[in-house]
Design a protein around this ligand. Structure first.
Ligand code: NCD
Length: 316
């Protein structure tokens, strides 16, 4: 594995390798990135993805250069191409977040041997987030969930898109419920994927008992207001999509709540102490899973590490 741009590129054994390496790496000191420099290029805001990648790089013994577009020579008119050409000269791998869905393919075309990891591309995909989501889900549903309720901005949420693509590779029978406003239903490439691949899904407009009583995972997302054009945000978010402890009482005992964060009004702090809420653990897992991805991308030998899973069983 030389790069990670989208879920489609991963085989089931790649996924298995990342999951088992993440388990292994959590408790081991490995310095796979010793003497390596990674460039973090974020052209959209980020807290968790950028910081967890940075932490992962340091924990693996590497160094990083954080490129800040607003203080770079781009302000003097330097092109994106020259910027990438410069950063790939100084770095052994580039971790890139960008609003343009085609930009990573362009970089690969011009610099095919550069190690590139997507840190989230527009409203398209966020593959490393999906992998850490899967890692967290597997801890609580070792044989994968049967039913997942996704709540929020399904149309623009790249984390939902990548997670559905990823889960579909490992268990194609999962039932999905997309709870979202009419204007934010699945669309474009994502809608095409779920229809072409016979994904078992339905769309609902309220977070109510019918769907949540038997679900294994509730995956909350915020309204991606920065991606809404010609829409009045206040009419999109309504209180039938806000989670609370009463709703959680209706769920099964092993149901878990995830959220890629950042959160807005859809996930009030009153539910944080509810034992079903695992989003802070999910956030922590981001470091281990990103360490695993970096370890694999930088290691010569990409063979699956033979680990006997115990409590955190991985079934593939
Ligand atoms: C998400 C993202 O950037 O897509 N956050 C993240 O990476 N943890 C979700 C979001 O911005 O809503």
């Amino acid at each position: 594995m030389n790069r990670l741009l989208r879920i489609e590129e991963l085989s089931v054994s790649d996924i298995q390798n990342i999951m088992s390496t993440a388990l292994f790496i959590k408790n081991k000191h490995q310095y796979t990135l010793h003497n390596k420099v990674c460039g973090l290029l974020f052209f959209e805001p980020s807290t968790r993805t950028s910081s967890s990648f940075e932490a992962a790089i340091y924990k693996l013994g590497g160094q990083c250069i954080k490129f800040t577009p607003s203080t770079s020579s781009m302000k003097k008119g330097e092109s994106f191409y020259d910027t990438i050409c410069t950063m790939k000269t100084y770095c052994d791998a580039l971790i890139i977040r960008h609003p343009d869905k085609c930009i990573l393919d362009d970089i690969v075309k011009y610099f095919p041997s550069t190690k590139i990891i997507s840190a989230g591309i527009g409203d398209g995909e966020h593959p490393t987030q999906a992998l850490l989501d899967l890692y967290t889900i597997q801890k609580y549903h070792t044989r994968y969930p049967d039913k997942i309720v996704f709540v929020g901005d399904v149309k623009h949420s790249r984390t939902i898109h990548s997670l559905v693509y990823l889960l579909h590779k490992v268990k194609s029978t999962i039932k999905y419920v997309f709870v979202c406003p009419l204007q934010l239903q699945p669309s474009g490439e994502f809608e095409e994927f779920i229809n072409m691949n016979n994904v078992n899904y339905c769309i609902w407009h309220t977070l109510d008992n019918i769907h949540i009583k038997d679900c294994d995972v509730i995956y909350m997302t915020r309204m991606q207001k920065e991606r809404h054009i010609n829409q009045n945000d206040n009419t999109l978010m309504n209180n039938v999509m806000i989670l609370n402890n009463d709703i959680l009482k209706m769920t099964k005992s092993n149901c878990i709540v995830l959220h890629p964060l950042p959160r807005n009004e859809e996930l009030p702090r009153e539910v944080d102490m509810n034992p079903k809420c695992k989003y802070f653990e999910q956030m922590e897992n981001g470091v281990y899973v990103r360490m695993a991805i970096l370890d694999i991308i930088f290691s010569e030998n990409t063979e699956t590490k033979n680990i006997i899973q115990t409590s955190n069983t991985i079934i593939m």
